[in-house]
Every structure is written in C-alpha cells, then in structure tokens.
Design a protein around this ligand. Structure first.
Ligand code: CS2
Length: 525
C-alpha cells in the first residue's frame, strides 16, 4: 500500500506529488516573450547598451577556455565568473565553459546571448548593472555529455570548479561520506562512461586524462560544505575506488583546494528582468541580482596553475577551514534559522524578518552567545563580522525569500547548526537559539503552515520526511523521534542526547501551541 494512503493524520496528500514531478512541471524563464523594441543582450548589441553600462573590457574573441564549471547556476554567475571576468584582460587563457548537470535552462538563456549576462548589484542607492563576459558557452550535460567529457579531458582545461549544491555531492550529510546507495551513484557505477552525477563526471573525465597521459585538472569546490575540498576529495576518491581500485589510487594525487565563497544571490524574478532591461536598453533572459558584498577565500593548491585571483580581491591562504566554519556557522546558520522561523512567522523575505526586533535579537544572540565561542579565528574581529552580516541580511533592496533558503534543509543543517550544537554540548554550554533553528526546521518540514496552508517543502528527503510527519501528526515527541532519527542527517549521537531532545521538543511544542513569533520572542530573551 502506498505510504500516503495510510497516513490518516490530515496532512495534505497532494504534497507527495510535488517533488517527483517538479522538473517536468518547471517552466524555464526563457519562455518569456521579449519586447520587440529592445534588442537581446549579445555581442552585436553590446555597443548599443545604455551609456555608462560596464561591459567586458577585454577582447572576448581572444579568450580561450581554461576552466570547466559544473553547476552553472546563479551563484557561480554572481561570484567566481565575476572574479574571472576581472582578470581576463591580464590572461585570456582562463575563459569558463559552464555546464548544467540537470536542466538546460541556463544554456537556453545564455546561448542566444553569446554567453553574456548581467549582474545587477542592489544597494540603498539603486541597482547597478554590469555585463559579464567570462562564460564562453554553456553545455547541457544531458544532451552533450560526450562533448563535455572530452572537453574536461582536454589539457587546456586546468581547473574544474563546482557549485552543484550540497545534494550534488551524493553524500551522507552527517558524515560527509559517499552515499553508495544514492540512485545516481548506482547508475554511474553501472554506466561509468555515461555518468549523471558530479562525482561520476569528474571521475570519468579524470580516467580519460589518465588514459591519455594528461595530468589531472584541479578540482575546486565552491559549495557551502565544511572543508569542501577535502569533502569533495573523499567522495570522488571513494567513487573512483569503487569503479576501479587503481583509478582510485590515481585520483588520490588530484588537488582539491578548499574555498570559502560568499555572496547573497536571491532568485531572479520577472520584475528583476524588466528592471534590468530598462537599465540596459536590452533584454537579458537571466540577469543575476546580488548584493555589493563578495568574499572568496581559496586554499592555494593548483598544480596546473591558476588565474591570479589575488589580484582581483580573493584571499589565497594555506588553510580555509576556519573561514568556512565561520561562514557556515554565522551566516548560513543564521540564514537557515531565519528561513524556517521566519517562514512560519509569515515573513516572505529575509529583510522582512530583520524588521522584527525579536528575530534580530534571536539572530544576534545566536551568533554572539552560541556560534562565536565555538570559532577559533585569530586576527578576525568576529563582532565586526556579525554586525556586517546583520546589515547584509537587512538590505531591503535584496528580495531574498525565506522559502528559497529553506530548500534542502536536510543537506544543510549538519554544517550550519548541528556541528555548533555538538561543540556547545561538549563544552557544557547552552544552545537554545540554535535548537530553535532545528525545531523550526522540524515544524516546517511537516508541510503545514501556521494558517493550515500547504508548505511546498523542497528537499531530497521530502517524501521520507512527509511520511514521518504524517505518522507523527502534531505530537512533538513523535515528530522529534522520527525526524531526528534520520541518521544520515543527525548521526546517532544527537538522537540519543537527552539535553538536545528536551530543548528541541520544548521549542517544538511552543511552535505548535503559540506559533513562531511568540516562540522566537521567548528564545531571544
Ligand atoms: C543561503 C546561501 O540559500 C541558502 O541556503 O544560506 O545561499 C547564502 O545566501 C550564501 O551562502 C551566501 O554566501
């Protein structure tokens, strides 16, 4: 019998059907009809853009590919592609070929634009557009897999970078180990030369380089994972070893520098497209809206060379891990807490959450009292970092949806909240604000909003979580046991910890009885 037919706890059954057919229902932005009066942004229209628009200052015809980027989403285009754009004038051998592993939407948007797109930086003064030219073309891995693998095997490609999001690593988020039962990994091990997953693509391209006597490219993860280079190396090596032990040994010699990446990038809306078209005097199918702030800390380990990132604002360091922990625990931990507690409290955008003094107090306390004492950052003023974060979160010009950040919580919680909680427990210190983040996530993934409406929960574990929530109903203890029992997210230790249980269940009861705003006000005090 299907799991939803016997739940009987009044949860909306149609939710079960959302996640599986999301990709088929999804309509690419590029289907939007463009106005006949403005030209499309592309090489030909560059010279006609509104006066003062910043455009590539180098000859794009001379740029050659040196980087393949897997996961060419909005984040990459607001971050690494901008740093590369800044330095192609110095060295044109580092152009980027982007690839999407899942959907052809970016290719469809950028192909008619010769790879050109706009980043629009939003601050109190307004929106400042700049056209980026570092992406030479975009490939759709589903239809151009062979072409993409051959390119990755080409000696000209010296770096393969990744923003495939947490779930793209096909790992167990609690341990950071490869999930050998992941359907894409099972597929790729059965079809190693036609892979679907990021680890499968990397290993097949590396195997081709090995066979051709070409040195391995450097793999640079730009995802929000702790020790993202080490994590990627562990996963990719494990997959390669399962494929072939000798290949696994060779992959151990590949460089996987860690990086800490930071820039807030809300999803683009049609209103954003219209605004950018007005500013540019040309239509861009997919401009990227972002904030003025940007940060990139990179471990300097690139055997085949790298662009001179340090000349365009990146920090090259020996050890990135402390920076990653700082960012994940302070920025992303706060973000996820605001996303769940804010969404439940009826706030659509992060800037709105920041308009509620109780939430601001909660987040200030979460960072100051609970996250900062777990960080070891000599020479960094964590108080100033916190204050800057609060200001960034409050940027009213950035329409950053709580729902957007709430996605994929099962993959995000371990590094954003749970690691900090473990450190606090070990030190015998309190963690009530972090625990509220966890409780709000549990309440959120039940899929039912405070007004009884449906929450569209997007998460690779959504079906599993929905079944747990349907069985538990609004029994806080049962909900805690079911969801914290997901050992791939929580490990075994937290489920067995009485103190963790008491604090989270207490918040959860309050979330059910009094709602998110009242619970936040209590926990913030
Ligand atoms: C956010 C991040 O969506 C999310 O989960 O927390 O994308 C966040 O905006 C970036 O990490 C900022 O650098």
């Amino acid at each position: 019998m299907p799991v939803w037919a016997c739940s009987g706890k009044g949860l909306p059954l149609k939710r079960l059907y959302l996640a599986p057919n999301f990709h088929t229902r999804w309509k690419p932005h590029v289907s939007r009809r463009f106005s006949v009066s403005s030209p499309r942004l592309n090489t030909a229209s560059l010279a006609t853009l509104a006066k003062g628009t910043k455009v590539p200052g180098y000859d794009r015809a001379k740029v050659t590919p040196g980087i393949v980027h897997l996961g060419i989403g909005a984040f990459h285009r607001a971050h690494m592609a901008v740093y590369v754009d800044d330095l192609l004038g110095q060295d044109p051998s580092w152009g980027i070929i982007g690839a999407s592993l899942r959907r052809p939407d970016t290719k469809e948007a950028l192909e008619p634009q010769d790879g050109l797109y706009t980043i629009a930086v939003r601050d109190a003064e307004g929106t400042h557009p700049r056209v980026i030219g570092s992406i030479l073309s975009v490939m759709d891995a589903n239809t151009q897999r062979e072409e993409l693998l051959s390119l990755m095997a080409d000696p000209a490609i010296r770096i393969v970078s990744l923003t495939v999001t947490e779930k793209g690593y096909c790992h167990d988020p609690a341990t950071g180990e490869l999930d050998q039962k992941h359907s894409d990994i099972v597929h790729d091990l059965a079809n190693p030369t036609a892979p679907k997953s990021a680890p499968g693509m990397l290993v097949e391209a590396l195997a081709r380089r090995k066979a051709a006597g070409v040195a391995p490219f450097t793999v640079m993860s730009c995802d929000n994972l702790p020790s993202n280079g080490e994590t990627a190396k562990r996963i990719v090596t494990a997959y390669a070893t399962l494929r072939d032990a000798e290949l696994g040994e060779w992959v151990k010699s590949v460089a996987f520098p860690s990086t800490m990446v930071d820039r807030i990038v809300p999803s683009t809306t049609d209103a954003d497209r219209d605004e950018v078209a007005g500013l540019l005097g040309a239509e861009d199918a997919w401009p990227i809206m972002t904030e003025p702030f940007t940060q990139w800390v990179i471990e300097d380990d690139f055997p085949l060379g790298r662009p001179e990132f340090e000349t365009v604002g990146a920090q090259l360091v020996e050890d990135v891990e402390p920076f990653e922990l700082m960012k994940l625990r302070m920025l992303n931990g706060s973000h996820s807490t605001m996303a769940y507690a804010g969404y439940l409290g009826g706030y659509e955008y992060i800037a709105e959450v920041m308009g509620d003094p109780a939430y601001v107090k909660l987040i200030h306390g979460l960072m100051t009292e609970e996250a900062m004492p777990t960080l070891d950052m000599p020479g960094v003023d964590l108080g100033a970092y916190r204050d800057q974060l609060l200001e960034r979160f409050g940027n009213p010009a950035l329409k950053h949806r709580t729902w957007q950040i709430a996605m994929d919580g099962s993959q995000k919680l371990p590094q954003r909240l749970l690691g900090t909680i473990r450190d606090r427990l070990k030190a015998g210190q309190g963690f009530k604000r972090l625990a509220l983040g966890v409780a709000a996530w549990i309440r959120y993934v039940t899929g039912v909003a405070e007004d009884g409406g449906e929450i569209d929960v997007r998460d690779p574990l959504a079906l599993k979580m929905h079944a747990i929530a349907a069985d538990a109903g609004d029994d806080a203890e049962a909900l805690f046991d079911g969801l914290v029992g997901l050992s791939e997210v929580f490990g075994a230790d937290l489920a067995a910890n009485a103190e963790f249980r008491a604090v989270v269940v207490g918040h959860l009861e309050s979330l059910f009885d009094e709602g998110a705003r009242a619970t936040v006000a209590k926990a913030a005090g």
